[in-house]
Structure formats: structure tokens, C-alpha cells
Design a binder for this molecule. Sequence first.
Ligand SMILES: NC(=O)c1ccc[n+]([C@@H]2O[C@H](COP(=O)([O-])OP(=O)(O)OC[C@H]3O[C@@H](n4cnc5c(N)ncnc54)[C@H](O)[C@@H]3O)[C@@H](O)[C@H]2O)c1
Ligand SMILES: [Zn+2]
Length: 368
Amino acid sequence: MDPQEEDRILIEINRDLGYPIVTGPDLRAELRAFLGDRDVRRFVVLCDAQADVERLARRLTGGIPGRVGLLPFALGEKRKSLATLERVLDGLIAAGADRGTTVVGVGGGVASDLFGFAAATFMRGVPYVHVATSLVAMVDAAIGGKTGVDLPSGKNLAGVFRDPLAVFAPTNAIETLPFRHVREGLAETVKHGVIEGGDFFESLEVLAPHPFSKWPWHALVTDSAKVKTMIVADDRTERGARELLNLGHTFAHGIERASAFRISHGAAVSLGLRAAGLLALRAGRFSDVDHLRVLALLALLRLPMTMPLDPGPVFDAMQADKKKRDGRLRFVLPNAIGDVEYGVEVPDRDVRAVLKRMTAPPTDAEVA
Ligand SMILES: NC(=O)c1ccc[n+]([C@@H]2O[C@H](COP(=O)([O-])OP(=O)(O)OC[C@H]3O[C@@H](n4cnc5c(N)ncnc54)[C@H](O)[C@@H]3O)[C@@H](O)[C@H]2O)c1
Ligand SMILES: [Zn+2]
């Protein structure tokens, strides 16, 4: 992607969503210019206390006029809670934040959900900027304005929709991201590739055999973030097209739950993409060739394709999915790579047959 093309895409994203998603290897100058342009006079930085993230937060925001504090918090999914939210809000008070203070959050998806929620509720809401440091946050979590925390009874059960002022995705941050977390983001990126198709899916196929250190992350994050951005811009409150982003997720949520969350979300999404392909094949709406292309890509990226669980409990866990309406499960299924449909009803026996097939690795019989 040449630089002019990149500029064009960023402007387009900005127009559609109402706020910019800024991608680039290092965004110190861009962040400084943005805060200056928006006349941000006072801001507090909240960051994940993970050492690489905190270092990045200090480096990106150090020296920018108006920084009144930098507060690191030990995060992780278990700390995406009301208790941490309270600590964050107390920290903002202690740092002297007021209604005129902007919050800049730095971290992965846990940080964007939690700090975004804190900014949305602090003194009834202050402006928020997120600097995404994980691939999941760059291409998914930080885009779309969904913020919140988990409750003991389940994930993401308390929160609000609230748009940030901007999202920055400094792709050099991926250099320090552990491999398993890169994979988490890649599962969502493959999902975006199946939704978008065309050049984007092909670019993933071309890159997949090469080591991550050689990947043009800036271009890839831009393309992947753009898929989420365009869909979210069309459907801000999740009534229609945003469902497309749930490709593979009805299966994934069932798999996560049935495994008591031992299987990570990214791994479950990878399994869910194979399962959605199998279901679409059974319904006669997907081609063998496209299904095998998706499997080949997942394999090259070392994403899992075989479900290490009994199908029965997964089927039962899928029934709790919130996409279940009128007592029926509706699926997002591919008709082709680049043509995905939501709201598809499928007989239970087909879902059960797919889950059974998922317990064994793909073979030539997969598409027979
Ligand atoms: N709001 C949404 O629309 C949305 C969408 C998808 C996911 N999410 C949420 O996102 C969360 C998952 O996000 P995640 O996978 O980014 O988790 P995360 O924020 O916990 O980050 C993963 C791990 O990587 C570390 N890390 C982050 N950036 C790093 C870097 N640059 N270098 C080294 N280590 C780094 C973190 O400390 C953590 O240990 C979940 O809570 C999920 O519910 C929200
Ligand atoms: Zn997901």
C-alpha cells in the first residue's frame, strides 16, 4: 500500500465513523499533534502496567504539554471488573482530573474496555483517546465504542456505548506482544478477511507463510481495522449489519463456555470459522474451494481447527448465546469469501453434525 493510498483510507475511516483511527509504526508525533489540534489542555494517561506497555505509554506521551499524570494498573481479564473500575476512578480524582480533563488509555482490549468505561462514567463522562497496543485492540476492541467490564456472572455485562475522540494504533507495539496474543488478533483478522474477501484475503494468504517480523503490520492493521470500521459505521447500535462481525462467534462463544474459558477467544474464533464454513457447506451455500482456502490460511497461521471438547456440551452452551432470539439460533454464514450473510436459521441436526465433525482434524472428507 503506498502512503497516499493509506492517507486516503484514513480519511475515509474518519468520515464514516466520526472519529479517526490512526495507524502507523510509531505515532508519537501524530498523538501530540492531535491533542494540540483538539486543544486538549489537560490529560491523564491510564495504562496497562505490563512493562512494555507502560514504557510505550511513557514514551508516546512524555513531553506532551498538559499531561497531569500517568497511572499504571495491573490488568488482565480477571481485573476487567467493577473493583478495578473503582480504583481507576479514584486514581483519576487523586491525579486531579476534572470535567475538563481528557483521558488517554494505553493498552490492549482489556484496557480499551475498562479505561473507556471509566472515562465514560468519570464525572458523567470526559473525552477519551485510546492507544491500542495489542492486535486485538487495534483491529477490534478499540473500534466501535463498546466499553465495559465483566461481572462475576459473565463477561461484558456492565458497560456503555461511547465513542472515543480517536484511536491510535502504533503497530510497532506488536514487536513486544507475545506470540499467543498476536494469534488472538489474527483470528479476528482472518474473520475480517473472510467478510471482506478480495485483495485483503489474498494479502493474508501471501503473508501467512512468512515470519511475523517480516509482515507489513501497518498495512495489515489498516485493512483489518477498516473492515470493522466500515461495518460499525453502518450500524452503530448493533441492530443489523454489525452482526456480520459475529462470523464464527456463535460457535466460538459456545466453545469458550463449554471449556470453562480454558480455550481462548482467538482459538475459539478460529474453530468457529471452520465450523461456520462446514455449516455453510451443509446448507449448500459455500464452495469447497473457498472453505479449503480458509482452512489453509488458518493452518499456515497455526490457528486451531480441531475442537478438543465433546460436541454435546458445546451445543448446549451455544443455546445461551445472546443471538438466540425467538428460541432459535441464527448464524452468520459465508456464501463465499467476501460474501457473508447474517440471520441464517439452520436446523439443529446440522449444527450437531458440524460439532461432531469439529472433533476431528480436517481431512479430504471435510468437503465431500
Ligand atoms: N469492546 C469491544 O468491541 C471488544 C472487542 C473485542 C474484544 N474485546 C475485549 O478485549 C479483551 C481482549 O483484548 P486483548 O487480547 O488485547 O487482551 P489484553 O488487553 O489483556 O492484552 C493481552 C496481553 O498482552 C499484554 N500486552 C498488550 N499490549 C502489549 C504490548 N504491546 N507488548 C507486550 N504485551 C502487551 C497485556 O498486558 C496482556 O497480558 C477482552 O476483555 C475482550 O472482551 C472488546
Ligand atoms: Zn471476537
